[in-house]
Design a protein around this ligand. Structure first.
Ligand code: ATP
Length: 337
């Protein structure tokens, strides 16, 4: 069986990008035969970027409710919260001790922060915590803990996944004595899944505060967010370039082929941005409204969500607990039995 693993950081309200780029393709994949899916709330990862406890707590509920409202079937999928699995940070530490610092120096997420600091003329490591520096190792632990062999990621994560492979190989080589403890994960880029731009044109991201929330609020708030998507200054009647338009990129992620082709033509024919926003608003409302209803229902039952997460953690630990014991033995922390 193929093992698919995906996590979402609990650092804010889930947005259209999380849904189209991660949740929807993951749920579709989990419905296929011969697939074991592991989906998790990456709450340790959230602490790297978010020091607001209320936000982390709220986000945990919102992201759990989003997965469930989007159609996750917990009887097929192992659905858990990272911090319910103590074996993950333990594995992360063990892997930390065999990861060269130089590898982490090259990690994109860290380098991006350093580059920003250099551009601002401040100390390169200003505001960089050790979590950010070594987060590819925690990510490697997330993946290797469950021997996932298929990890769907956005393009920004390809390098981190390669690092997970590198770390797995180092472990197998150093401690394996002929046994491959860890499966080497493969990157899986969903070619048809675009990175959705946010309101300001950068990648839509919880940490940039440029998102269109998926379910939070009502249809009116959704429309208000859509109204804020950046467009160019071309007037109604002037042809628009769909391939340069953030609005079109978002539309394309939610519409069927024919609708997309028709919308593209309308933009080329000079549809005004106001009408284009209205069309996007209707498309999203029709797609999201039924899920939003389930979402609101779930959000009113946090205890039920907690119960589901506890069941998921039990299921995940049935694998993680014996496996971490083998890893402890491999590195000499326990005697082989
Ligand atoms: P953060 O800012 O906390 O990193 P994020 O909103 O960028 O949050 P993550 O929680 O890191 O998202 O990512 C969860 C999943 O959602 C990943 O698989 C990621 O590739 C996907 N994803 C995030 N943003 C987008 C986007 N704008 N377009 C498509 N997919 C996205």
């Amino acid at each position: 069986n193929t093992r698919v693993l995906t996590g979402i950081t609990t650092s804010g309200t889930p947005h259209l990008g999380n849904y189209a780029g991660a949740i929807r393709p993951a749920i579709n994949a989990s419905r296929e035969d011969n697939v074991d899916a592991f989906f998790f709330l990456a709450d340790y990862h959230a602490l790297i970027k978010c020091d607001d406890p209320m936000r982390v707590a709220r986000s945990r509920l919102e992201i759990a409710a989003t997965w469930l409202a989007a159609g996750l079937d917990t009887s097929r999928v192992t659905f858990y919260r990272q911090s319910d699995i103590p074996e993950i940070p333990e594995l992360s530490w063990i892997l930390t001790c065999l990861t060269p610092k130089g590898l982490m120096n090259r990690a994109h997420a860290y380098k991006a922060s350093v580059d920003q600091n250099v551009a601002k003329n401040v100390e390169p490591d200003d505001g960089v915590n050790m979590g950010l520096f070594s987060y590819p190792i925690l990510m490697a632990a997330d993946i290797l803990m469950f021997n996932a062999n298929k990890v769907p990621v956005g393009r920004d994560q390809i390098q981190h996944l390669e690092m997970a492979r590198d770390i797995a190989q180092r472990f197998n080589h150093q401690y394996g004595a002929g046994r491959d403890y860890f499966t080497l994960p493969e990157v899986h880029i969903e070619e048809e899944v675009a990175t959705l731009p946010g309101l300001d044109g950068r990648k839509m991201s919880k940490s940039y505060n440029n998102t269109i929330p998926l379910f939070e609020g009502c249809s009116k708030l959704l429309k208000a967010a859509i109204a804020r998507i950046q467009t160019d200054s071309r007037l109604p009647g002037e042809p628009k370039d769909p391939d340069e338009s953030h609005l079109f990129t978002i539309y394309r992620a939610f519409a069927g082929q024919e609708e997309v082709a028709a919308f593209r033509q309308q933009l080329l024919d000079g549809m005004g941005w106001g009408d284009a926003k209205q069309a996007l608003g209707e498309l999203l409302e029709n797609t999201l409204a039924p899920m939003r209803e389930r979402y609101n229902e779930l959000m009113s039952k946090p205890d039920r969500i907690e119960e589901i997460l506890q069941e998921g953690a039990k299921k995940a630990r049935r694998e993680a607990t014996p496996f971490i014991n083998e890893i402890r033995q491999a590195v000499g922390l326990r005697n082989a039995v």
